[in-house]
Structure formats: structure tokens, C-alpha cells
Design a protein around this ligand. Structure first.
Ligand SMILES: *Cc1c(COP(=O)(O)O)cnc(C)c1O
Length: 379
């Protein structure tokens, strides 16, 4: 099996597992039980991890709230801010290509009377900053725009968005799940007030993530969604997942995977030159180094995946493919129906080799050719 679906999830790095192990067994303390040594040990490990993840984004450790993953972080950011009694404004600006964790939360908020503006994107997947400026009103409390899109890898200019938000006195949340610990992020210089990330997208464990919540200039008010004891600056109660937290801290500090961009380019050029009718979806340069979304003319992406089980890819975002609908991300980019149907996402990661990429490319080329030939035979 050649695994090219790292935007859905990644394998646990052995260094991360090694660091976590003791916290499942001997070092099992509750990080809130600081009146004995086992609890103190757990609390110290949690604070070390908090420093590790904070450093990756230039934050103060006190600004990190542990959650169960980026879905929860997105929910907490949007609902927590909108529910806070400190704020009166009732308008959110977001983008049509956001992850479902943001879009579904916006729908819930709309049902509660919040007004939401969904900005469109161009065929390259990027938003028009003039449209963002026009969308912000004196009722806007929050702008939520992802850093890198999970399906196309397309990146939004979050530093410019952050400074636009600052100028207008609007809070800025970014879902950075796909870019965290992979591309440089600095919450200060980028003007980020809230940021979501998840461990399992960066070779860490599943079920642990974080929300960065700015503490000053401005101090962001965020109401808890989960109550019971007031952990995590009262924003997220519940006994901390110590092994997971330790794992996320180590995963965030693993050395960068510098080879992945060259392998992605190798795969992309092999497929584009080896087949007719292959198109790259999204901006060619303003995107993650590990991701390529390709559309194969006259081929159904799900058919291609079925016929090539030894290569793990995605025909649209894993979270939406459960609903068996064509990609809303590519749809929002205005791509024709046929290009949506023929789309496949390849997302590379740590451990992929040139030999794997060459084998995957050869497999895809052969399968596309055979699917096209059998379509012609049936005409
Ligand atoms: C994977 C992903 C999520 C969800 O993260 P979980 O930790 O699995 O809940 C949210 N946003 C983006 C952009 C993602 O890629």
C-alpha cells in the first residue's frame, strides 16, 4: 500500500510514540492532581508540550487551549466567541471552501440569529481581498479563513488578512490544521487572534488538538462549550489527555520534512506528462508543498480509486466523501461538473519515497488509460 492521503491523517511517528508510551503506564497521573508527585509529573509534561506547540506559532504557552482536535477547536473558536457576553456584534465572514468543521458551525450559528457571509473564491481557489474588505461591516465580530485548504492545498494570504482585520478591529480566526508545524506561522506578525490545529495531521496521535486564543491586544473572550471544573483557562473543562498532549508537543517539534515538495512535483509532472487531459486544481505556487489535486478527463475519481486499491488517495475531502457528494471545494472554484467527478487528491508526507511515487504514478497512468479504453469500447 502506497499511502498518499496525509491530508486525511498521518501515521504516528515512532519518536512521538516513544515519548507518549510512559504516560499510558507508569506516568499515569491526572494533570489536575497537583497535590502528589504523579499529578505534578503529568502537569509538568503538559506544560512542556504547551511550550513546544506555542513556540511553533510564536505564542505564549498560556494562550494554548488543549482540545480533542481541530473540529472541536473550530467549534470552540466560532461558537465560543459568538456566545461571549463581552461582544454584541453578530456577523461572521468566512469562505465557501472552509472545512466542514467551520461551515457546519456557521450554519448552527445562523440558526441562532448570527449573520454569516460566505465569500467565494476564484478558479485558483484563492479569495479576492477586496471582497473581504467589502464584506466587513460595523457588525462584524469575526473573520474565519483557513490557512491552507485540505483538498487543494491552496493557501490564503493570512498575514494580509490579519492586518486587514486589525485595521477594522475585527477578530481573526484561522484553521491552520494543514499548515501548522509545516509552514512558518507567527501569530504576532500575522495578526492572528485564534488558531486551530490538530496532532494527527502532523504525525501525532488522533484525538488531540489545540486552539490558540490571544491573551492581549486584544484579550479574546471565548465562552466554553464543555463545562466541568474550569480547566484550560475555563475554556475547556475535562481531564487532560496527557499522552496525546505529550505526543502533540513532540510531533510539533519534529524536524521539517524538506523532501516532500520535490516528490509532489515529481508525481505531478509524471502524471501531467504521462497522460492527456490532466489538470491541476488550484493555484500552482500558493499551495502546500505536499498536496496536488488533479482532474483526469473522462475518468471518475472514485472509479480510479477502486481500480487502484494499492494507492491510498482521496477523491474529495475524506470528511465529505462519506456523504458521497462531489467536492464542494472544487465546486466553489467554479470548476465544471466533469472536472469535479474526475478529481483525485494526492497528499504526501513523511516516509514517502521516490520509488513509491514512481510506482504510484505508473499505477495511475495505467489505470486511467484502461478506464478510458473501456469507456470507448462501450460507446
Ligand atoms: C483534518 C482537518 C480538520 C479536522 O481535524 P480533526 O482533528 O480531525 O477534528 C479541520 N480542518 C482542517 C483544515 C482539516 O484538514
Amino acid at each position: 500500500m502506497i499511502y498518499l492521503d496525509h491530508n486525511a491523517t498521518t501515521p504516528l511517528d515512532p519518536r512521538v510514540l516513544e515519548a507518549m508510551m510512559a504516560f499510558f503506564t507508569d506516568r499515569f497521573g491526572n494533570a489536575a492532581s497537583r497535590h502528589h508527585a504523579l499529578g505534578c509529573d503529568a502537569a509538568t509534561a503538559v506544560e512542556t508540550a504547551r511550550q513546544q506547540v506555542a513556540q511553533v506559532i510564536g505564542a505564549d504557552p498560556r494562550e494554548i487551549i488543549w482540545t480533542s482536535g481541530a473540529t472541536e477547536s473550530d467549534n470552540l473558536a466560532l461558537q465560543g466567541v459568538m456566545r461571549s457576553s463581552a461582544y454584541r456584534k453578530r456577523h461572521i465572514v468566512t469562505v465557501a471552501t472552509e472545512h466542514r468543521a467551520v461551515l457546519d458551525t456557521c450554519e448552527i450559528l445562523e440558526a441562532q440569529g448570527v449573520h454569516v457571509t460566505y465569500l467565494g473564491v476564484g478558479t485558483d481557489g484563492r479569495l479576492d481581498l477586496d471582497q473581504l474588505v467589502d464584506a466587513i461591516t460595523d457588525q462584524t465580530l469575526l473573520v474565519s479563513i483557513m490557512h491552507a485548504n485540505n483538498e487543494t492545498g491552496v493557501m490564503h494570504p493570512i498575514a494580509r488578512i490579519g492586518s486587514l482585520c486589525k485595521e477594522r478591529g475585527v477578530l481573526f480566526h484561522t484553521d491552520a490544521t494543514q499548515s501548522f508545524a509545516k509552514t512558518p506561522i507567527d501569530v504576532q506578525s500575522m495578526g492572528i487572534d485564534l488558531l486551530s490545529a490538530s496532532a494527527h495531521k502532523i504525525n501525532g496521535p488522533k484525538g488531540i488538538g489545540l486552539l490558540y486564543v490571544r491573551r492581549k491586544e486584544p484579550r479574546v473572550r471565548c465562552e466554553a462549550l464543555i463545562h466541568g471544573g474550569g480547566h484550560e483557562r475555563r475554556m475547556r473543562s475535562g481531564t487532560l489527555n496527557v499522552p496525546g498532549i505529550v505526543g502533540m508537543g513532540v510531533a510539533a517539534t519534529l524536524p521539517a520534512d524538506d523532501g516532500v515538495g520535490a516528490l509532489r512535483d515529481r508525481l505531478e509532472s509524471a502524471l501531467v506528462s504521462g497522460l492527456d487531459g490532466v489538470e491541476v486544481n488550484g493555484h500552482r505556487t500558493e499551495r502546500l508543498a505536499n498536496t496536488t489535486s488533479l482532474s483526469f478527463k473522462d475518468v471518475d475519481g472514485t472509479q480510479l480509486m477502486k481500480r487502484l486499491p494499492e494507492v491510498a488517495v482521496s477523491s474529495s475531502s475524506a470528511c465529505t466523501s462519506a456523504l458521497l457528494q462531489p467536492s464542494y471545494v472544487l465546486g466553489a472554484m467554479g470548476l465544471p461538473e466533469e472536472r469535479l467527478r474526475g478529481s483525485v487528491r494526492f497528499s504526501l508526507g513523511r516516509g514517502n519515497t521516490a520509488a513509491e511515487i514512481d510506482a504510484a504514478a505508473a499505477g495511475v497512468i495505467e489505470t486511467v488509460q484502461s478506464l478510458r479504453a473501456s469507456a470507448v469500447a462501450h460507446e
